[in-house]
Write a protein of this length. Sequence first.
Length: 102
Amino acid sequence: MNPKLFQLRKDLQHISANIEEMLSDIEEASNSPVPSYSIYSKELLINDLRERRKGVSYEDLELQTDISRSTLMRIMKDPANTSLENFLVVANELGMKIWIEK
């Protein structure tokens, strides 16, 4: 068999496996409910924010958000006393989607 054709088949199998994995991830994500919080249950929202931050160092979060470490620490300590802009940037970086529904 032609070596170029062999490599092409191998690459195609790899791409196919990647597509299958992505489809599986999408399917799994579509079956997972998106947590939502009432504006009146800010404690749940804050707890989720803190839980998501556990796997991320302040240094990494600082680099990803361009928010100083001291500000990030204040946000995690008392998110209610931070700017909405900073809170949304951090929440988004930690994978939280926040929106207002009418």
